[in-house]
Write a protein that binds this ligand. Structure first.
Ligand SMILES: [Zn+2]
Length: 53
């Protein structure tokens, strides 16, 4: 499902929100999925896309 992932990447512009402190983190979608990105503020790896409420 490469096409879908690509479309999703564009739609959310690689912006993720930390579930813990709710700060925005801009990172490549793939790296977030692989768990390589952590929040700059609190170091949490629990990131979500902007879409979910
Ligand atoms: Zn955080």
């Amino acid at each position: 499902m490469v096409k879908f992932a690509e479309a999703e990447t564009r739609r959310f512009k690689n912006i993720f929100v930390c579930r813990v402190c709710k700060s925005k983190v801009r990172a490549p979608n793939l790296k977030v999925i692989q768990g390589k990105i952590s929040c700059r503020k609190c170091g949490s790896k629990q990131l979500r896309t902007l879409k979910k409420k």
